[in-house]
Design a protein around this ligand. Sequence first.
Ligand code: BES
Ligand code: MN
Ligand code: ZN
Length: 500
Amino acid sequence: MDFAIKTGAPEKQRSGCLVVGVFEKRQLSPQAASVDKAAKGYLRDLLKAGDMDGRAGQQLLLPRVPGITADRVLLVGMGKEKELTERVYRQAVLTMHATLANAGAKDAICYLPQAQIKNRDLAWRIRDAAQTLELLDYRFEACKSKKNGQKSALRKVGFSAASKSEAAKAEQAAAQGQALGNGMNLARELGNLPGNICTPSYLAEQAHGLGERHPSVEITVLDEPAMEELGMGSLLSVSHGSQEPARLIVMHYRGAGEREQPYALVGKGITFDTGGISLKPGAAMDEMKFDMCGAASVFGTLEAVAQLELPINLVGVIPAVENMPDGKATKPGDIVTSMSGQTIEILNTDAEGRLVLCDALSYVERYKPRSVVDIATLTGACIIALGNHMHGLMGNNNALVSELLAAGKAADDPAWELPLGPEYDELLKSNFADMANIGGRAAGTITAGCFLARFTKKLRWAHLDIAGTAWKSGEQKGATGRPVPLLTHYLIEQAGKRKS
Ligand code: BES
Ligand code: MN
Ligand code: ZN
């Protein structure tokens, strides 16, 4: 989708459609009012006649409105003006898209971001609309025999700005919304691909593709012998049962000077999680193809950051491994040595995410990162605790945790903090090794966080458990692209701070 910023009166715009808001009850937005004035009261007459009263969800498409240069005018109901929320606003953008797609309009100018939402400025409203429209353009077709199903003709959307200075901000907001949408769509595509296609080697190839699209990103891929050399006994133990060789993928984005310390993201990339010898039950096991959504969010965030050319350095690290049962697979009770030197008794081979993450986290120490955020579909317990709305967030640095919480709120991609602490950490005790890889049923998300904390003592680190938020089940089954918005916002904020 292409976006543009328009100044000037709506009634004079040349476009396939002008999209303007109407509030309850029968109250024209200022932009609708100027259209109405040019059309000599045509809109008011329609509202009076009862064609529309402005309730959320309503819409009225008007072809060839007199006095207007645009081909069509679309009125979109936005509910009570004083009560406009993010949800109603987004719904209005969805309604606009659905109606325009049906009408066959190729381009439109959208005035919906001119409406006020509490604590959300014009830049937020434009960014959110651009992101929503970009997401609506995505279909999973890689594995369908008939492509290009029902894509809408809508290719170009303009947003309005009142002044030159507002136009510059609006321009930037539209670019951010577009980059976020593209990043999320990349994450969704990788997440949705099945385990027989999206293997560790496939992810490595995709990384090379990203590096080719963006010369600012350098790709390095370590194979199993290279990981062996580094002593990644924990990561490799997860790979033993698989015919697919593991990969450690490193994507290095350079947007700032060579001496600037980078930010780091580490994404769990289990391309399929059977549970290993601690085999999972069969029901819904297909959904374990989504167990690389942390990795996918690292891809998506790098894509967005590279598109926006943010003035920071950023390293994305992905331990990509398939977790399978086999004669060679790791068994419950096996003890492995991690890259950090700490030994781990693997009591449950289904707690594999932490086993690959701990070595990847040790690996990023070499970059002396400003901060490290790992992202993982780590525990079913996180779904029990927080459902499908908030990511679980833990960390060893209060400032970093606060920044991530704030980024989640700003991006409408929220996280909720859970505690770490010695009371929980004790649950990882093992009689035979430095620690066990599970802590029992209680506080499963937190003990997983405590496990990772043992490998991040030298880092300013936070952990996002996205088990409940990375994909949807049921009829709408599919990857969501979260937490690309949270991560990208965090990095945009950091880039802003470093510049000023
Ligand atoms: N990938 C799963 C976590 C998961 C489960 C995410 C269901 C989304 C939906 C992870 O590898 C896992 O199996 N975790 C175990 C840990 C347990 C053995 C301590 C879990 O949550 O049951
Ligand atoms: Mn598992
Ligand atoms: Zn897993």
